[in-house]
Write a protein that binds this ligand. Structure first.
Ligand code: SF4
Length: 348
């Protein structure tokens, strides 16, 4: 028997940081023409990357391979300071698409390091965001992933310890790691607000609600997307089978045997048209009721980097000296807390 109900999570899909990063590449192509080089996948989604590649974006892992004077966009996940330095040395027109919420974590890392604290970063080894964050204070950061990693930490007992986290972790798992940190280091210092971002939290909260009503949850997202993989884990942790699919072609009909209600959500880097393709896949097979489960309404936007906003104003014949409506991140990769243009009251 085919499923009779499809419940859509809200919120799902693009977050403000991804929305901004994709728009930055699109606008850079418009303002400067192809090629626009992008360091690393702009966001972790194969559909988004392929679509931008077709329009003239060239994705590279190493900024030093990009010709002098080229247009160079840095991805939403953040990059280590030396990557910015390399790009400046090559006279690139540097456009920083790092999500402001990742930049906030970079600020915390540099501040703690300046204050002489040792930083424990909770995150996944090798993830692009972790690489960028560790680069902010390389000698003062130790990465942990699990409570067991915390047990194995061999830190100088006289050194003050602070922790920060990757923005896209599972809230539940991170809490268990932080609890263990607190047991071992009672004086542990923590950031003023959570590093796990509002979009990660909201998408996980929505899956928790879906899990109470669904027999199966499908998550649209790429296997490189940390926040998408966490959504699958959140569902499975609640005893509801869950699968990550890049698009409708990834659905295995065998998963649906005996399933009445399917939940559908998407990671913060997955485009809505892919979700629509999945809905169409279900509708093409049987009559199905499609409903939305709204958990929280999101209303977050980030401004364009000033270098790009200025260029777009020049092209439209507006006053290029006015910086209204843009952030002040020309000084990307700087270690001055006040200069990266991160709003003080960031959304959580
Ligand atoms: S998931 Fe969060 S930190 Fe990452 S780009 Fe989106 S808003 Fe920014």
């Amino acid at each position: 028997m085919a499923p009779d109900t499809l419940l859509l999570a809200a919120p799902r899909g693009f977050c403000a940081g991804v929305d901004r990063a994709v728009l930055i590449v699109e606008k850079a192509l418009e303002a400067y023409g192809a090629p626009v080089y992008v360091r690393h996948e702009i966001v972790h989604n194969t559909h988004v990357v392929e679509s931008l590649r077709r329009r003239g974006a060239v994705f590279v892992e190493d900024e030093t391979t990009v010709p002098e004077g080229s247009i160079m966009v840095f991805s939403a996940h953040g990059s280590p300071p030396e990557a910015f330095e390399n790009s400046r040395r090559l006279d690139h027109v540097l456009i920083d698409a790092t999500c402001p919420l990742v930049t906030k974590v970079h600020h915390e890392a540099r501040r703690y390091a300046r204050d002489g604290k040792h930083i424990v970063l909770v995150g996944h080894e090798g993830h692009q965001e972790v690489v960028g964050t560790m680069g902010q204070a390389r000698d003062a950061i130790t990465l942990v992933e699990t409570p067991e990693d915390v047990d194995g930490l061999a830190l100088d007992p006289d050194v003050e310890i602070a922790y920060i986290t990757q923005t896209t972790l599972s809230m539940d798992e991170t809490a268990s790691v932080v609890d263990r940190l607190r047991q071992r280091f009672p004086m542990l210092e923590q950031p003023k607000s959570d590093d796990i971002c509002y979009a990660t939290q909201n998408r996980q909260d929505a899956v928790k609600v879906l899990a109470q009503r669904c027999d199966l949850i499908l998550v649209v997202g790429s296997s490189t997307s940390s926040n998408s993989k966490r959504l699958v884990e959140v569902s499975r942790d609640r005893g509801v089978p869950s699968y990550l699919i890049d698009d409708a072609t990834g659905i295995d009909a065998a998963w649906l045997e005996g399933v009445g209600t399917v939940g559908l959500t998407s990671g913060a880097s997955a485009p809505e048209e892919v979700v629509e393709g999945v809905i169409a896949w279900f509708r093409a097979r049987s009559e199905i009721v499609v409903d939305t489960v709204m958990v929280v309404d999101e209303d977050v936007e980030f401004a364009m980097p000033s270098v790009l906003a200025r260029r777009l104003r020049e092209l439209s014949g507006q006053d290029a000296d006015s910086d209204a409506g843009s952030d002040a991140d020309d000084d990307s990769g700087s270690d001055e807390d006040a200069s990266d243009g991160v709003p003080v009251d960031l959304p959580r």
